[in-house]
Design a protein around this ligand. Structure first.
Ligand SMILES: NC(=O)c1ccc[n+]([C@@H]2O[C@H](COP(=O)([O-])OP(=O)(O)OC[C@H]3O[C@@H](n4cnc5c(N)ncnc54)[C@H](OP(=O)(O)O)[C@@H]3O)[C@@H](O)[C@H]2O)c1
Length: 364
């Protein structure tokens, strides 16, 4: 860990370039400053104090504000690796204009992730949405540009993100058909829409297809993606940087792996939540209050995931570590195997995979 010194900034004018003071007393605001070796984001939350942790960097700031006298003290502690990765991603996206078509939940999470990590500035983003109230929310929260027209949104963009629901995709593709230049990469996160369909619908070849999952909404997603050969290496690096703002991204060579990921990671949270719900219910059945059972199960799952990641051991080995002869784990494993739990998971994932493929066919 590397510690940076606190700094006092005595003039409102000096920081005025980075911080919108008029809004200090309202909601969180983003400000980005790339001097001083690291990217610093200070969320001005409420009145005088803000502190936030992101991308491995812990940032805190104190703000004292008066008409002619504004001071910001900041202290940044961050890991060198994170700073370097963040800086690299930021420079990859410098000056890249992004357009979000259909700025709903996922687009908002993506925009927040990109701005939080200082990978782009608000001026680089435009988002389209049919509803005025939604557009207003995006302007207030992020200070980005918005438009009602999907066509206007994509006009100046280097990277276009299709973030509508599958039901709206046909309309959007009709509107954008033939309007995208070959250099404009189009990233689709629309579940079940294959590259062939996107390419045909848009009359466009530079396509990236991504399968995210719901934890992406808090920057903890698993995003499996592939790209057509028209997307060159420089553009792929930009895609990587953008998707990294939503969690862990993984490039795969063949689109069939995106279909498989739809069943494993896209649908994945469903398997995990059902398992957790069952465990919580079991806890309540034994006599725990529900709140306590929830706390125990959440931490047990989170801790087990972290332990598996850090140890790098095979899952069976980790399981054996807690299975003593004639013990509680042995008894529980016997019941889970007897009930066919392993087979149930396997069948569920395979069924989801078949469903993904048949939905893609139905759509054609
Ligand atoms: N949410 C997830 O965790 C998740 C996970 C994996 C994949 N995905 C994929 O991500 C995509 C977006 O999901 P989401 O949860 O962000 O959906 P969402 O919140 O419904 O966002 C889509 C937005 O597009 C707007 N819209 C509707 N018709 C439009 C049109 N013709 N032009 C422009 N915008 C239009 C919708 O407006 P209204 O609200 O007025 O309808 C909505 O706000 C989906 O295709 C989904 O398959 C999402």
């Amino acid at each position: 860990m590397q510690e940076k010194a606190s700094e006092a900034v005595p003039s409102a004018r000096w920081i005025g370039a980075d911080v919108v003071f008029a809004d200090v007393a309202s909601a969180s605001r983003y400000h980005c400053r790339s001097q001083a070796a690291s990217m610093l984001t200070l969320a001005l939350d409420g009145h005088v104090w803000a502190s936030r942790e992101q991308a491995g960097a812990s940032v805190s700031g104190r703000l004292a504000s008066g008409p002619d006298n504004v001071t910001v003290e900041t202290k940044v502690t961050e890991s060198r690796d994170t700073a370097e990765t963040g800086d690299a991603a930021a420079s990859t996206l410098a000056e890249t204009r992004l357009a979000f078509v259909g700025a709903g939940v996922m687009a908002e999470a993506m925009i927040a992730g990109l701005l939080d990590r200082c990978l782009v500035r608000p001026q680089q983003i435009i988002a389209s949405h049919p509803r005025e109230d939604r557009r207003q929310r995006l302007i207030e929260r992020f200070g980005i540009q918005t438009t009602e027209s999907n066509r206007d949104a994509v006009e100046q963009a280097e990277i276009v993100l299709l973030t509508v629901k599958p039901q709206a995709l046909a309309t959007v593709m009709r509107q954008l058909h033939g309007r995208l230049a070959p250099r404009q990469v189009t990233i689709s996160i629309v579940a079940g829409a294959g590259i062939e369909k996107l390419s045909r619908g848009l009359g466009h070849d530079a396509i990236v297809r991504v399968m995210p999952n719901t934890p992406a909404q808090i920057g903890k997603g698993m995003l499996v993606w592939t790209a057509t050969e028209e997307v060159d290496e420089g553009q792929r690096n930009k895609v990587k940087a953008i998707l990294g703002a939503l969690g862990e991204e993984l490039w795969v060579e063949d689109e069939k792996y995106v279909d498989m990921a739809t069943a494993l990671s896209g649908t994945g949270p469903t398997y995990v939540f059902l398992m957790m719900e069952a465990l919580i219910d079991a806890g309540v059945h034994m006599g725990f209050p529900r709140r306590i059972a929830e706390q125990i199960v959440l931490q047990t799952v989170a801790g087990s995931v972290e332990f598996a990641r850090v140890s790098g051991k095979h899952m069976a080995e980790l399981r054996n570590m807690v299975t003593s002869p004639g013990g509680t784990s042995a008894e529980a494993i016997y019941q889970m195997e007897k009930g066919g739990l392993r087979t149930v998971y396997s069948r569920a994932v395979y069924a989801a995979y078949q469903r993904t493929k048949s939905l893609a066919k139905d759509d054609d």
